[in-house]
Design a protein around this ligand. Structure first.
Ligand code: ZN
Length: 63
């Protein structure tokens, strides 16, 4: 039986393995919160991607 941990995002109690708990260093997230976090990280990455900004600059230079 897996131990129960509270989600760091919303506090919902979820069943996770001890290995998982160690892997995430105690930052256990339920599937909803981990999805939301992944999405937020992806958004941040897209926004801050330097190459993308460079491409945008080049494109506006030529148009
Ligand atoms: Zn949660």
């Amino acid at each position: 039986m897996s131990p129960i941990f509270p989600c760091k995002g919303c506090g919902t109690f979820i069943e996770r393995s001890t290995q998982h708990y160690r892997r995430v260093k105690g930052q256990v997230l339920c599937s909803t919160c981990s999805d939301a976090r992944r999405e937020a990280e992806a958004r941040t990455l897209r926004r801050r991607h330097p190459l993308r900004r460079l491409l945008f600059r080049i494109r506006s230079f030529w148009s």
